[in-house]
Design a protein around this ligand. Structure first.
Ligand SMILES: Nc1ncnc2c1ncn2[C@@H]1O[C@H](COP(=O)(O)OP(=O)(O)OP(=O)(O)O)[C@@H](O)[C@H]1O
Length: 715
C-alpha cells in the first residue's frame, strides 16, 4: 500500500481518564488526591499541574461518556478518508486501561471504546454501502514477554476455562515475526486476519481474543493484563460505479486504512504487586517494553531533539516497533492516560501524567493510503489531460501528429499498467496464501523460503524499476525528438518571417521612390499612380495583418516549447528518482543476501560444532568402553579371588572346628583380622566397579541423545 505525499502534520492527542476509587482502595481508607479544574482540561496532583486535550472522570472532569464523541469519532471518520488511526491506553496496573478500551471481555458484557468503535463503524458502513464497497479485516495480537502471539489463532484451544481462574496462558502457535516492507510499513508475518462482514462477527473476534489474552492475579488487580494487546481493524473501500460494479483495477479511489486499539499492560512495582516467580518475570518484561516506549516518546516529544534529527529507538522493543507508525508516523493517534485517584498511587499517577504530557508534543504525519498502481495511473491520466489541453491550444499543425502519437503511446502504457495491476493483485493473493502455508514449515525451511520470497519480491521490484526507467527514458527521447522538431519548425518560421519582412521593406522603399518621381509627372499620371498606390497599400496592410497573425503563432510556439522544456525537466527528475530508488533496492538486495549468507554460515558452523561434539562423544564412549572392559576383568578376577577366599575361609572354619581345643587362640585371631582386611578391600573394588559402570551407562545415554540430535539437524 502506498501513500499520497504529505497531507497534514498533527500532534498526538492526549486525554486523561480518572477512574473512581475502587472497593479495595476504599477498604484501605485511601483518599482522593487528584483534582480536576472545573470546566478546564487540567489535572492537579500535589504541587503539580498539567493541561491536556481532555480530562474525564472525577467529580469535576468531563463525563466519561463524552470521551468517545470527543476523541474517537474523528478517528473513525478519518478511516473512511483513508487515514490510519491509533488509540492507546496507558497507565499503572489497575488504573482502568482495559476497562476504558473495552478489550477485557467479561461475562458477555461489552463496555469501553472498542465496542463503541465497532458500532460506529458498522453504522457508517450501512449508510454508505450503496456507493462504496467495503472490506473489513480484524487481527488481535498480544506481546507477552517480548514475543508476539496471535489471539485469533483458530488452531489454539479455547482458553475460557483457564482465563476465569486467573492463570496465565498463552497461544499455542509459534511467535509471530515483525517485518518491515520496502515502503517502511510494519507488518506481522503469520498473524490471523479475519474477514468480517457483520458487527456480530467482529464482536466474536474481540471476545475470542480477549478470552485468549494472558491475564493473572496480582495484589493490585485480580485480573491484571500481563501482555500488551493490539486489536486492529483494517477498512478497505472501493466506490461502486453507476452500473453497480466496483471500478476494479481502473480505480484511483481505492483506500485502505487501519485502526489500532492498544491496551498496554500496566506499569508495576514488584513490591506493590507482590509478584514473584513467573509474575515477576512478566513484570520485568512489561516494564522494559514501557521503558522503551517512554524513550521513544521522549525522543519524539522533545522539539529540539526532533529538529536535530535524533535517532528514535523504535527497535528497542517489539511494542515500540509495532507502534512505529502510531508515534511520529502515518497515523492519527489518541493516547488515553488512565489514572487512579487514590493517594497510595500518587507517585505512579504523577509518573503517568508526566509521560502523557511528553506524548502531547509528538507530531505525526498522517496521509491518505492509496493503492500504488492507482497513484501511478492518476499521474498518467493527469499527463494525458495536460497533453490533450496542449493539443487543443495548438490547433491544426505539424506537431498535432506527434502529440497524437504520444497520446496513443500513453494509452497503451495505461492499458499495460492496468494489466500489471491485475497481475500484481493476483500475485499478492498467491503470496498471502503461500505465507499461510509456510506457517507449517519448520524454522529453517521457513527462513530459506522467506529469503527466496524476499529476493524474488526485490528482483521483481528491480525489474519493475528497470521497466519504468526504460519507459521514462524512451519518453524522454520522444521529448528530445519533439524538441528538435519544434526547433526546426521554429527556425523555419523565423526564416519565413525574415524573408517577408525583407520583401515588405523593399516594397515600401520602391513605393517611396515612386512617390518622389510622382511630383515631377502630369495630373492624369498622378491620378493613375495614386490608384495603384492605394491598391498596393491595401495589399501591404493585408500582408501586415498576416504578418501579425504569424507573430502571434510564433508566441504560441514559444509557449509550447516552454511547456515541453518543463515536461522534459520533470521527466529528468523522475528518471533521477527512479535511478536513486534502483540503487537503494540493489543495496538492499545485496544486504539481504549478505545477511542470509551470514545466517547460513553460522548455521553450518553450528552443525560442524555438533558433528565435532558427536565425534568427541564417540571417542569418550570408546574410552569408557575400554575402562569398563578393564573393570570387568578386575571384577572377574576379584570374584574369583573372593571365591577362593570363601573357600579358604570355609577350610579355616573347618580347621578351627576340628582343632579348636588344640590350637591356640592367637593364631585364630590373626586369621580373622586378615580376612576382615581382605573383605574390606573387596567391597571397595566392587563399589568402584559399580560407579564406573554407572558413569559409562549415563555417558552412553548422552551420546545416543546427541547422535539423534545430529542426525535430525543433518536431515
Ligand atoms: N472508570 C471506571 N469505573 C469503575 N470501575 C473501574 C473504572 N476503571 C477501572 N475500574 C475497575 O478497576 C479495576 C482495574 O481496572 P482494569 O483491569 O481495567 O485496569 P488495568 O489498568 O487494565 O490493569 P492492568 O494493567 O493490571 O491490566 C477493575 O476492577 C475495573 O472494573
Amino acid at each position: 500500500m502506498e501513500t499520497t505525499p504529505v497531507s497534514e502534520d498533527c500532534c498526538v492527542k492526549v486525554a486523561v481518564h480518572v477512574r473512581p476509587l475502587i472497593v479495595d482502595e476504599k477498604l484501605q481508607g485511601c483518599n482522593d488526591c487528584v483534582t480536576v479544574t472545573p470546566g478546564k482540561p487540567q489535572v492537579q496532583i500535589g504541587t503539580h499541574s498539567f493541561t491536556f486535550d481532555h480530562v474525564y472522570g472525577s467529580t469535576t472532569g468531563s463525563p466519561a461518556s463524552s470521551m468517545f464523541d470527543d476523541c474517537i469519532v474523528p478517528l473513525v471518520n478519518g478511516l473512511f478518508q483513508g487515514y490510519n488511526a491509533t488509540v492507546l491506553a496507558y497507565g499503572q496496573t489497575g488504573s482502568g486501561k482495559t476497562y476504558t478500551m473495552g478489550t477485557g471481555f467479561k461475562d458477555g458484557c461489552h463496555i469501553g471504546i472498542t465496542p463503541q468503535v465497532m458500532n460506529a463503524l458498522f453504522n457508517k458502513i450501512d449508510s454508505l454501502k450503496h456507493q462504496i464497497q467495503f472490506q473489513l479485516h480484524v487481527s488481535f495480537i498480544e506481546i507477552l514477554k517480548e514475543e508476539v502471539h496471535d489471539l485469533l489463532d483458530p488452531t489454539s484451544p479455547n482458553k475460557s476455562d483457564t482465563a476465569s481462574t486467573g492463570k496465565v496462558h498463552v497461544s499455542g502457535k509459534p511467535p509471530i515475526q515483525i517485518r518491515e516492507s520496502s515502503n517502511g510499513v510494519i507488518t506481522l508475518a503469520g498473524s490471523t486476519e479475519v474477514s468480517v462482514t457483520t458487527l456480530k462477527e467482529m464482536a466474536a473476534c474481540l471476545e475470542q481474543g480477549s478470552l485468549s489474552r494472558a491475564t493473572g492475579s496480582t495484589n493490585m488487580n485480580n485480573q491484571s493484563s500481563r501482555s500488551h494487546a493490539i486489536f486492529t481493524i483494517t477498512l478497505e473501500q472501493m466506490p461502486i460505479t453507476g452500473d453497480g460494479s466496483t471500478n476494479g483495477v481502473m480505480n484511483e479511489e481505492y483506500l485502505c486504512a487501519k485502526l489500532h486499539l492498544v491496551d498496554l499492560a500496566g506499569s508495576e512495582r514488584a513490591k506493590r504487586t507482590g509478584s514473584d516467580g513467573m509474575r515477576f518475570k512478566e513484570g520485568v518484561h512489561i516494564n522494559k517494553g514501557l521503558l522503551a516506549l517512554g524513550n521513544v516518546i521522549s525522543a519524539l516529544g522533545d522539539e529540539k531533539k526532533r529538529k536535530e534529527g535524533i535517532h528514535v529507538p523504535y527497535r528497542d522493543s517489539k511494542l515500540t516497533r509495532l507502534l512505529q507508525d502510531s508515534l511520529g508516523g502515518n497515523s492519527r493517534t489518541v493516547m488515553i492516560a488512565c489514572i487512579s485517584p487514590a493517594d497510595i498511587n500518587a507517585e505512579e499517577t504523577l509518573n503517568t501524567l508526566k509521560y502523557a504530557n511528553r506524548a502531547r508534543n509528538i507530531q505525526n504525519k498522517p496521509v491518505v493510503n492509496r493503492d500504488p498502481m492507482s497513484n501511478e495511473m492518476l499521474k498518467m491520466r493527469q499527463q494525458l489531460q495536460y497533453l490533450q489541453a496542449e493539443l487543443c491550444a495548438r490547433g491544426g499543425s505539424d506537431e498535432v501528429q506527434v502529440l497524437k502519437e504520444r497520446i496513443a503511446w500513453l494509452e497503451a502504457t495505461n492499458e499495460d499498467l492496468c494489466q500489471k495491476l491485475h497481475e500484481y493483485r493476483k500475485k499478492c493473493n498467491i503470496t498471502e496464501q503461500c505465507e499461510i502455508d509456510s506457517r507449517n514449515f519448520d524454522e529453517e525451511a521457513a527462513k530459506e523460503w522467506e529469503h527466496k520470497l524476499l529476493q524474488n519480491t526485490m528482483d521483481k521490484e528491480l525489474r519493475e524499476l528497470n521497466r519504468r526507467l526504460e519507459e521514462k527514458e524512451s519518453e524522454m527521447k520522444l521529448f528530445g525528438g519533439d524538441t528538435v522538431a519544434l526547433k526546426q519548425h521554429f527556425g523555419k518560421k523565423i526564416q519565413e518571417l525574415e524573408d517577408e519582412k525583407r520583401s515588405v521593406q523593399q516594397e515600401r522603399d520602391r513605393l517611396l521612390a515612386e512617390i518622389e518621381n510622382l511630383s515631377a509627372g502630369s495630373e492624369g499620371q498622378k491620378q493613375r499612380v495614386q490608384d495603384i498606390h492605394a491598391q498596393k497599400l491595401k495589399s501591404l496592410e493585408a500582408q501586415i495583418l498576416d504578418f501579425k497573425r504569424k507573430q502571434e503563432n510564433q508566441v504560441q510556439v514559444l509557449k509550447l516549447k516552454h511547456k515541453s522544456d518543463e515536461a522534459t525537466k520533470r521527466l529528468q527528475d523522475e528518471i533521477q528518482f527512479i535511478k536513486a530508488q534502483k540503487v537503494q533496492l540493489q543495496h538492499r538486495i545485496k544486504q539481504e543476501a549478505e545477511q542470509f549468507r551470514q545466517w547460513k554460515a553460522s548455521r553450518e558452523k553450528e552443525l560442524l560444532q555438533l558433528r565435532k561434539e558427536g565425534r568427541r562423544n564417540e571417542y569418550e564412549r570408546h574410552k569408557l568402553q575400554a575402562i569398563n572392559q578393564r573393570q570387568k576383568m578386575v571384577l572377574q578376577r576379584k570374584t574369583e579371588e573372593a571365591a577362593m577366599a570363601t573357600k579358604r575361609l570355609k577350610e579355616l572354619l573347618e580347621a578351627r572346628k576340628s582343632s579348636a581345643r588344640d590350637n591356640s587362640g592367637m593364631l585364630l585371631q590373626t586369621n580373622e583380622k586378615a580376612l576382615q582386611r581382605w573383605l574390606e578391600h573387596e567391597l571397595e573394588v566392587m563399589v568402584n566397579v559399580h560407579e564406573v559402570r554407572f558413569e559409562y551407562e549415563s555417558q552412553s545415554q548422552v551420546y545416543v541423545t546427541k547422535s539423534l540430535l545430529c542426525t535430525n539437524t543433518d536431515t
